[in-house]
Design a binder for this molecule. Structure first.
Ligand code: ADP
Length: 272
């Protein structure tokens, strides 16, 4: 079953939210949200705290589930990735909420980097980057180590391969987390406030690494950030979010220099 949103250019979006609802109890966080991300785009979500940005990443990471609609075929409420249902699966020609097995398989194309790094503390840096390659992707140890070597070089940490995470600065740990996410060759990299837990002098290093990743790969990125420099430098589209809705979107230069909507203007005035 193909996603219902068609694009006149014929290009297939990588990620597509079709009228997605998400509630936590009585709190409606996303209300019929539509949005799409094309392959190779680097999209940043900005907006006030609590507006639903992280929820979007968590849905894509399958850490949360969409709130079901009565009839996904007509009412939507479905996330598609590469044109195929992601939050749902097909059963007897109908869309039904995805099983755990389906989600496990589908999320293997998505990598995520978290605010708090979440490295395995009992494993050295090299093994942090090889572990999933060997145990999830089924690569040989030699193959995984070769890939980890390349990625540690990309993030500027080749000489730290033999250290435990606790011996690294926060910025270095975050760069290892980026290498670890890339090691699985994801199509989509989700970045959740990746610089928020860092001392200001370490933020620049992490941003530089992400700029390198953006320049040297065609990976699609979806980022949530409070760091407007990040949105400006790394992304090619900025979405301003408020109350679970996209208020305004456009190229970073346009959003930052000539925001059209009052809510975007107020938000930027408060954070810049
Ligand atoms: P943002 O990333 O824009 O700050 P979030 O997506 O984290 O916003 O949160 C949106 C709203 O959903 C907030 O009001 C938050 O408190 C609420 N929320 C998020 N996760 C949960 C949860 N697991 N249970 C209950 N409420 C949640």
């Amino acid at each position: 079953m193909q996603s219902p949103i068609t694009d006149p250019s014929g290009a297939e979006p990588l990620i597509e939210f079709d009228r997605v609802d998400k509630s936590f109890g009585d709190l409606k966080v996303l209300d019929k949200l539509n949005f799409r991300v094309d392959p190779g785009e680097r999209v940043t979500l900005i907006g006030p705290s609590g507006s639903g940005k992280t929820t979007i990443l968590r849905l894509l990471m399958t850490l949360e589930k969409v709130t079901p609609t009565a009839d996904p075929e007509t009412e939507g409420g479905v996330i598609y990735v590469e044109g195929k249902p992601y939050s749902h699966m097909e059963k007897g020609g109908k869309l039904v909420p995805a099983s755990e097995r389906w989600l496990r398989q589908r999320r293997s194309r998505v990598g995520m980097v978290f605010q708090q790094f979440n490295l395995f503390p009992n494993m050295k840096v090299l093994r942090n980057v090889t572990e999933a390659q060997v145990h999830v992707a089924g690569r040989s140890k030699a193959e995984a180590e070769a890939k980890a070597g390349e990625l540690l070089e990309l993030v500027g940490l080749s000489e730290k391969a033999d250290e435990y995470p606790a011996r690294l600065s926060g910025g270095q740990q975050q760069r290892v987390a980026i290498a670890r996410a890339l090691a699985m060759d994801p199509d989509i990299l989700l970045l959740d406030e990746v610089t928020s837990a860092l001392d200001p002098e370490l933020v620049a290093d992490v941003l530089a690494v992400l700029r390198d990743v953006a320049e040297t790969t065609s990976i699609t990125m979806l980022c949530v950030t409070h760091e407007m420099g990040f949105a400006r430098d790394v992304s090619n589209r900025v979405l301003m979010f408020d109350n679970g809705q996209i208020v305004e979107q456009g190229a970073p230069e346009a959003i930052f220099s000539e925001p059209q909507e009052a809510r975007t203007q107020d938000f930027l005035r408060a954070v810049l």
